[in-house]
Each structure stands twice: as C-alpha cells, then as structure tokens.
Design a protein around this ligand. Structure first.
Ligand SMILES: C[S@@+](CC[C@H](N)C(=O)[O-])C[C@H]1O[C@@H](n2cnc3c(N)ncnc32)[C@H](O)[C@@H]1O
Length: 207
C-alpha cells in the first residue's frame, strides 16, 4: 500500500527532479542535436528531452508508466512538433520492421526488465544504417570498489527507482545485439553520486 503510493505519487516527481541535474541536461543537448525527422524515444519519462530536438517532425514518445507520462503534459503541449504518446514497453515495440532511422534512449536502458529483448526489438525496427542514440549510466569499468557497490546495491535500487539497474554493461549489450558503435564515449557526470556517475554516450548503428 505505502510502496504503491510511493511508486505512483512520489517516485515520478523525484525522477522529474533528479533527471534535470544540469550535467545531464547538457548531455541531452549534445546527444539530440543530429536527431531528425520521425523519431522514436523509448522511456520518454517526463519529456525532458523535448526542448533539445532541433530537427524533429514527429516524436513517438514511448512510455509505459502513465503516472510518469502525466508529468510531461506541459512540455508536450509546448513542443513545436507532433508528439504521439505510445503506452508500450521497449521489449515489444509496436512498429514495423526496418521503419525508423532514429531511436533515442536517455537513461532508459537501465530500467528495462529485459535489456536483451528490447535491443533485439530496436534492431528489428531500425532501418539498416539507422541509429540508436543513447546516454546511460553504466557499470564502472575502472574501480573495483564502485563495481562491487553497484552489484550489491542493484536489488535495492531496483525497488526504490522503478527497476533501475546500476550494474549494466551497456556497451557489451549493444555489441551483443549486433549493433555497431559509430560513437562511444565515457564520462563522469557532475552532481551525480559516484555509484551512478559513470556514463556512456553512444550512437549504435544497425549494420
Ligand atoms: C530513469 S527514467 C528516464 C526517463 C527519461 N528518458 C529521461 O531521460 O528523463 C527511465 C524511464 O524508462 C521507463 N521504462 C521502464 N521500463 C521500460 C520499458 N520496458 N520500456 C520502455 N520504457 C521503460 C520508465 O517508465 C522511465 O520513464
């Protein structure tokens, strides 16, 4: 009962605040600049990417959680292009095969229950040469201590942060899905606790 109240009424507001950390907003700008035309964003959240799309005609805003999507209403209303909400999961994308040039994921791959299945779906839906543009927090590659904490605390994190895994090796998962990394850069985001600070910004292309 209390947990349900937390997930439906408190967590969406916490998410909306944390995801507006200045260093994350800067990375949204950088990631989304070349994204154009008809675009699918998975795990749309509260719509924080909307102001950074410069060349988009239609955005398919895939967000399974209505309590989170509700907080995007004002941003969706103000968007200078069409935004279509799609209430579905990335593991089963309601799109035809080879139908899209651009898919976007910002801090969503950590939360998807079956990452492997979602990446298979993304590969199916992308046209050959199409790209998944992503920025995600990842398993730390250098510090054994941080890696250990990420592994140990992931079960708790999943409970308090709506399924978020701290311990995912996203680069390995992308390559395992058959995507090719046209761009792949790691950085530590300012203002984020060390345990979730290591980030990957990448553009993963369907061959
Ligand atoms: C950490 S939030 C990031 C939100 C947003 N992308 C942003 O950058 O602010 C993760 C988002 O992924 C969504 N999500 C969780 N499981 C999902 C799934 N299976 N398919 C698509 N989205 C999912 C959550 O509802 C949430 O909106």
């Amino acid at each position: 009962m209390i947990y349900k109240f937390y997930r439906q009424r408190i967590f969406p507001h916490l998410l909306n605040q944390v995801m507006q950390t200045a260093s994350l907003m800067d990375k949204r700008r950088e990631l989304l600049l070349p994204v154009a035309g008809e675009v699918l964003e998975i795990g749309f959240g509260t719509g924080l990417n909307l102001p950074f799309y410069q060349q988009v005609d239609t955005l398919y805003a895939l967000e399974p959680n209505p309590d989170i999507y509700r907080l995007a209403a004002q941003r969706v209303h103000e968007a200078p292009f069409e935004v279509q909400h799609i209430q579905a999961s990335a593991e089963k994308l309601p799109f035809a095969s080879a139908s899209l040039d651009h898919i976007v994921s910002t801090w969503t791959l950590c939360s998807i229950a079956s990452l492997e299945q979602a990446l298979a779906e993304i590969c199916r839906v992308l046209k050959p040469g199409g790209a998944l543009h992503l920025v995600e927090h990842v398993l730390h590659s250098d510090s054994r201590k941080i890696q250990y904490l990420q592994q140990a605390l992931t079960p708790v994190q999943k409970r308090i942060a709506d399924g978020c895994h701290l311990n995912r090796n996203i680069e390995r998962a992308l390559k395992g899905a058959g995507l090719e990394l046209a761009e792949c850069r790691y950085f530590d985001a300012e203002g984020i606790p060390k345990i979730a600070q290591r980030m990957l910004l990448a553009r993963a292309v369907r061959p």
